[in-house]
Unconditional design. Structure first.
Length: 272
């Protein structure tokens, strides 16, 4: 009995030729491999972060050139100065959203700004999208350029917007440069005008907004003596229809008159 117990103890604690201990070794090896793998990943991340830190501190991460694209009414130097971007700054410390917010607040004509980086050339580019100039507001005898969102851009002292339609209202509107006009009808008209091809607008000299049948309508004056009454919301389709009607009236040698597109989808012509 004692001999058998000693033999059993020896068999449990000593290596066996049948490989009983090999199973434990195989079970320990995956854990060891996993540890080495995790350690390798940690070391790799450490060296990558170290390389990034060295790069950000190096001259290769500094801005060497600044360019502006898309700005027509504003100088590049003015925009760069207002954006507060300088040569020598870190390429990655310039915030595109902050630059866009600053420029759109300071220059009403700017709709949005996208900042792009070129790491190889170490340059920054400001891609500017401007709002369209919709028309010229006549307020109290003074002319002001209006943007597509109804914002008063500036006073048109040099008649630079002479090819744009004049917008008039029954009563003069108060004007605050850099702010939208306080008239929803004028804002809606500006939005509509900004989407209309210049070929449809070139034949008109004035768009007069007036109360009509409980709402506001456009009474447009053409350069050849015709008048057109139109709804603001469907200005694009109304102008296309007017162009067709106007061509037919000229072919028939009809005199100028009023073309009512407000109460009729096909138009009602009344000669003066």
């Amino acid at each position: 009995m004692g001999r058998n117990a000693s033999l059993a103890f020896f068999m449990e604690t000593s290596p066996r030729k049948d490989g009983a201990y090999h199973l434990e070794e195989l079970q320990a090896k995956p854990s060891s491999r996993r540890t080495r793998f995790i350690l390798g990943i940690v070391l790799l991340l450490f060296f990558l972060l170290l390389l990034v830190a060295v790069y950000l501190k190096s001259p290769y991460a500094k801005i060497r050139a600044i360019a502006v694209k898309g700005a027509t009414g504003l100088s590049a130097s003015m925009l760069i100065s207002d954006a507060q971007i300088k040569v020598g700054e870190n390429l990655f410390l310039v915030s595109g959203s902050a630059v866009s917010q600053r420029l759109t607040e300071d220059f009403p004509i700017i709709k949005r700004v996208v900042l792009s980086r070129n790491l190889l050339q170490q340059s920054v580019q400001l891609v500017v999208e401007e709002k369209k100039i919709a028309g010229i507001l006549d307020s109290g005898g003074s002319l002001y350029r209006l943007l597509s969102d109804g914002t008063v851009l500036d006073r048109d002292q040099e008649a630079v917007g002479i090819n744009l339609p004049i917008i008039t209202t029954v009563k003069p509107l108060p004007v605050n440069l850099g702010s939208p006009v306080n008239d929803p009808s004028v804002i809606l008209l500006c939005h509509e005008l900004s989407s209309i091809p210049a070929s449809y607008l070139s034949s008109f000299s004035e768009f007069h907004l007036q109360p009509w049948q409980g709402t506001t309508a456009i009474l447009a004056y053409s350069k050849d003596g015709f008048e057109v009454r139109m709804p603001i919301a469907s200005l694009v389709s109304s102008l296309k229809l007017y162009s067709s009607i106007h061509a037919k009236l000229l072919q028939l040698h009809r005199k100028p008159g009023l073309i009512d597109l407000f109460n009729s989808k096909t138009g009602i012509y009344t000669p003066f």
